[in-house]
Design a protein around this ligand. Structure first.
Ligand code: HEC
Ligand code: HEC
Length: 203
């Protein structure tokens, strides 16, 4: 009997004391992302197809993207991006960079994915490395990004609605809208994380 009371108490104590830091952390995260979660979730998963997933995007790149909005270099559709207080930029970037939620897959067209892959390898792979899972020259990670968002952004560079980063205009030269759309399908169809390497089944 004693023993049972003891273990119940221990269990309760474990729940109360063990989860307190987790609850405190969740509340802090919630307050931090209060103005973002309506569209990007607290875990960085875009809630609508035209809202980008932010989870797992490197912290420095998220800082750069938010600063581009704040400094008016990139015009956001949603005004709040311009009004993010400077004191929150790094905290928000760190928060979303650390999120490990699995990005839901958009429905992509296999023919366009194949066509997009060939174009990607020729034109985009220098900076958007490993099928968009890695980056060079501060290119954001595009693998597993929401399809509608990627199509809109891919075309926004071409129409000059979004300014080209250094050298990306060269990569775009002569590409048609439908070719750029195919590359967006290719990026979106990729798994956000690389398949695990070096794990072989024993024979
Ligand atoms: C009402 C919806 C909405 C809210 C609220 C919102 N966003 Fe966004 N966010 C978007 C959309 C839509 C885009 C796509 C870019 C555009 O069209 O402006 C975007 C783009 C971004 C990007 C660029 C992503 C990329 O891959 O280029 C970042 C970073 C970002 N938001 C961070 C935030 C943060 C941090 C907050 C909270 C302070 C926030 N957003 C609040 C809808 C929203
Ligand atoms: C020379 C390097 C380079 C090459 C080549 C390049 N990109 Fe980029 N890309 C970048 C950089 C840097 C950014 C970040 C731009 C910014 O936020 O202003 C970017 C951003 C993007 C984005 C926006 C992603 C987001 O989350 O907002 C898309 C989409 C994109 N590139 C598509 C392409 C496509 C398609 C090609 C090939 C036709 C390509 N890029 C080739 C460097 C490159």
């Amino acid at each position: 009997m004693n023993c049972r009371i003891g273990s119940t108490w221990l269990l309760t104590a474990a729940i109360i004391f063990g989860s307190a830091p987790i609850l405190a952390q969740e509340t802090a995260n919630k307050n931090l992302t209060d103005n973002c979660s309506e569209c990007h979730g607290t875990d960085g998963i875009g809630v609508e197809p035209d809202m980008p997933h932010l989870n797992g995007q490197p912290e420095a790149l998220l800082v750069a993207m938010i600063e581009a909005f704040r400094q008016g270099k990139r015009a956001p559709k949603v005004r709040i991006h311009r009004e993010i207080p400077s004191g929150s930029v790094e905290l928000l970037a760190k928060h979303y960079a650390q999120q490990k939620a699995v990005r839901p897959k958009s429905v992509t067209n296999p023919d366009l994915v194949a066509r997009g892959e060939a174009l990607y390898l020729k034109r985009c792979a220098d900076c958007h490395l490993d099928n968009g899972r890695e980056s060079d020259k501060e290119a954001p990670l595009t693998a597993g990004q929401s399809l509608d968002y990627l199509i809109a952004q891919t075309l926004a560079f071409k129409s000059k609605e979004r300014p080209f980063p250094y050298l990306m205009d060269d990569a775009y030269r002569g590409l048609l809208d439908e070719e750029l759309t195919a590359i967006a399908h290719f990026f979106s169809a990729q798994d956000q994380l690389a398949p695990q390497k070096g794990r072989r089944r024993k024979r």
